[in-house]
Structures are given as C-alpha cells and as structure tokens.
Design a protein around this ligand. Structure first.
Ligand code: EPZ
Length: 432
C-alpha cells in the first residue's frame, strides 16, 4: 500500500527495524542553527561571502530561497556556499517562506542595518507552541527604529540605528542574533545584557567580526557592540552541529553499542554529557570527538530540565526521553524553553513507552520494552527521537511526515546505516 499526500505525491517514510547494536564513527555536519544565521548575516555587506561546512538540509535551501527572493545570488555545492548580496533590491520576506521556516525572520536585523528597512511576514506559532518575537521588536524600537505591523507583516524602518543599553527579558537565541546583527552598524556602542550564550551565537559573532564588526563578550551574558560605518564580505566555516552529535550519541547508548561522533568539541555539550553519565552511559571525550557506549540493563532514571545554554538543550529533550523510557525507574523531564514540546509523547506511547505529561513536566516510567508501530513525526527533533525509538523497538517502526527530519538532519538514514542500523526510506510498508 502506498501512502499519498493530499497532492497525491507518494509520501516518503522511514522504516526502522529494531535490535541492532550501533557502532562506529559518524562525522557531524555543520550546525543548522548557525548556518541559517550566517547566511542572513551575509546581507550586512555588499559582495560575496563564502561559507564552508554548510549542511545540505531543507532549512538551508529555504534560507537560500529567502536570499534569492531578496535579489542575492547563491551558489551551493559540496558544503560550500557563496552568497553575493551586491544585487539585493528587496527588503521583504514573504509569508510563504516565513511560515515554512521561522528563522527567515533573522534577516530583519541585517536588512534594517544595511538598507534602513525590512518588511517580514509575522511568523505564526509552530508545534512547539507560541513563538513570539516581542523581544526582537522591542530591541529594534529601543534602537530608534519605527516598528509597525499590518496585513500580517511587521515593518521596521530606521535611517541609522542608535546604540542602546538593553537587558533582554529572556536570553532568546533569535532575539540576541537579530539585535547583534542590527547593532554592528548602529551609531555608538550597544550593550546587550542577559543575551543567549549558545555556541551558535559565538559562531555568528566570529563571522560578524571577520566581516569588520567590533564585538566583545561573545558567549557571555553581556555583549558590547561598537558600531562601525560599514561591513565587508568574509569567509567562514560553520561549527559542527551539537544537536546532531547528541542525537547520534543517544542512538549508540540506546542500542547498547559504541558510537563516536567526530567534528565537535565536547564542551558544547557539557551538561547533556553529564546527564548521560548519570543515566549510566559511558562517555569518552577527546578534543574533537565524543564516544558513547553502555549496557542498557544498567541504565537508571535521571531527572532532566531544559534551559538556555549552558543548560540542557531543549533540542535534545525528545531524544533523552526515549533513552529514559528504557532506563529503570521513574524520571521527570521538565521543558522550560517551549510551552508545548511534548507533542511527540503520544507517538512514543504508541511504541509502548509509559509517560504521563502534566503541564511542562513529563513523568517517564522506564524499563519498558518498545514494539514497532506506525508513528507521525510532529517536528524535527521529535522525528529524530522516534527514529531512535525504532532502533530499540521490537520489529519494524514506520515513520511518517519525515519531511520534518529532512529540515535539519543531513543524510540521516545513511549515517544511521553507516553505524549498522537497519533503516530505509521507502514507499512500501515494513518490508524490512
Ligand atoms: C532557536 O529558536 C533554535 N532555532 C531552536 O531550534 C532552539 O530550540 C531554540 O533556539 C532554543 O535553543 C534556530 O536557531 C533556527 P528563542 P528561537 O528565541 O531563536 C520565547 C531546532 O529544532 N521568546 O530562544 O526561536 C519563545 O516563544 C529548533 O533546531 C519570546 O517570548 O528560540 C520560546 O518559548 C527548534 N519572545 C523561547 O523564548 C521573543 O522575542 C525560546 O525562543 C523571542 C523568544
């Protein structure tokens, strides 16, 4: 039986057969949550910027469409992207692109800084809950821009942004990035306090500095940006994807195998690794790689609470819930970053997990044997987590709506196959 989408297209599915121990090495791709912002930052300077280690994933292709819509010329092959922004004419991000990918709004700061205006479709909510941009807009308004919304768009205008001292209500990743990119050409020195400290923010600051920006304090909770008159194109290599690394480390731990991820430095995952150790996973750290292995019968319950960096990453919450579903005992997982990030739990229960969600807490009763079933991916990280669950479920698990996974994981099933997993993208049901 072939599943067809509303448009009658055959919907790709991922078929995962459980039971194999995963082992070997896997190289992580460049970080999605950095690459998208570096592409937006290239708008700050006329000319051609070059980005290396760019992951070939759907979200990168969507951001490419956004830049091309504005008039940029983008070439992308074998992980290297050139972005020529000399021909950028438009400062509008259309609804079709923004609703496909929220991160499109990260062009707002660069466009206002370089062209004095930006008109961006308001991003709606998503499966993770309301995704407000009030901190982005308040910051731009404090920098002297006029901000108004009409017809589903937000329009920001300023002949020249003015430096400001601002304390962010919440260390939002997106707001920190947009305000950083807006402030690099503002008049005077901007101080942003209580900002996000994610490694992807540091990567963005490195690129902005190579474009001529003058920034202090990247990675700390206070950054100072001394405004400059102009920026120039630059070249940069995207840092490795810590969320992809964490996903594969859990794949190894879950199957009682031994998986080494390369192309990542362990310090970007400190708290995550210490939680895996508390469960009973053996972790080996090297300068540019991390190895995970363990005996699943020894795994025990552990409480986890997601927080902004350096806290436990919310983008690895679903994956760790799968691990805790097989660990002995009761764990409490608390989601503090997004209001509605347990949407995948019902799908995991279909595979035999025992989880009770109460507000932003999930109570996971572990030590359950999972059995394969048909499940739907509600979003990117939950989709990857359900694939991991399929690796330990008895029989075959069929994942639908895998387009979510393709948004953020490059060659996901090939990499799993390289570690010994029985996984394939297919039309027919469970032929494995
Ligand atoms: C980035 O989203 C990442 N996306 C997310 O990864 C990640 O989960 C998130 O940071 C947290 O680490 C990209 O980088 C493209 P936030 P972002 O602004 O920038 C509230 C993935 O799977 N908030 O830190 O949207 C907001 O509603 C994705 O790769 C406001 O209230 O994250 C949310 O609850 C999913 N007002 C919380 O803060 C604002 O103005 C975190 O949002 C801004 C945010």
């Amino acid at each position: 039986m072939t599943i067809r989408s509303a448009a009658g297209l055959e919907e790709p599915r991922l078929l995962v057969r459980g039971g194999n121990r995963l082992s070997g090495q896997v190289a992580v791709s460049g970080a999605k949550n950095s690459a998208l912002k570096l592409m937006a930052a290239s708008l700050l300077a006329p000319g051609t910027s070059v980005l290396h280690n760019v992951p070939d994933i759907q979200d990168v292709l969507t951001m490419q469409e956004v830049l091309e819509y504005l008039g940029a010329i983008v070439e992308f092959a074998d992980g290297t992207m050139t972005v020529d922004t000399s021909g950028v004419q438009s400062q509008v991000a259309p609804y079709e692109l923004v609703q496909r990918m929220r991160a499109s709004i990260q062009i707002m700061g660069p466009l206002v800084a370089r062209f004095g205006q930006a008109r961006v479709a308001m991003p709606g909510g998503c499966n993770l809950g309301p995704r407000k941009i009030d901190i982005h807009l308040r910051g731009l308004a404090q920098m002297g821009a006029t901000v108004r919304s009409d017809h589903g768009f937000v329009e920001v205008r300023s002949d020249r942004l003015q430096a400001v001292d601002m304390f962010l209500d919440y260390p939002s990743v997106g707001a920190t990035e947009n305000l950083l990119m807006a402030a690099v050409m503002a008049e005077g020195t901007t101080t942003l306090e209580n900002v996000a400290r994610e490694p992807e923010i540091v990567d963005l600051c490195k690129f902005l500095i190579s474009m001529g920006a003058d920034i202090e304090g990247a990675g700390s909770s206070t950054v100072k940006i001394h405004g400059v008159e102009e920026m120039h194109p630059a070249e940069h290599t995207v840092l490795g994807d810590r969320i992809e690394a964490g996903t594969f480390l859990i794949a190894g731990a879950l199957t009682g195998g031994e998986v080494e991820v390369t192309g990542i430095s362990p310090h970007v995952l400190d708290l995550f690794l210490s939680k895996l150790r508390s469960v009973g996973v053996r972790i080996e750290e090297n300068t540019r790689s991390i190895k995970a292995s363990g005996d699943i019968d020894s795994y025990k319950a552990t409480d986890v609470a997601t927080l902004p960096f350096p806290g436990f990453p919310t983008d690895l919450q679903a994956q760790v819930v799968v691990l805790l579903s097989i660990a002995r005992g009761v764990s409490v997982v608390t989601e503090n970053v997004f209001e509605n990030r347990f949407g995948f739990v019902d799908e995991l229960i279909r595979l035999g997990a025992e989880i009770r969600v109460d507000g932003n807490h999930a109570v996971v009763t572990g030590g359950r044997a999972l059995t394969g079933a048909i499940v739907r991916c509600p979003d990117l990280r939950a989709g990857a987590a359900l694939a991991l669950a399929g690796l330990v479920a008895e029989g075959c698990t069929e994942l639908r709506d895998v387009h979510h996974i393709d948004r953020g994981y490059e060659r996901f099933e090939e990499k799993l196959q390289g570690l010994g997993a029985e996984v394939e993208r297919a039309g027919a049901c469970c032929s494995l």
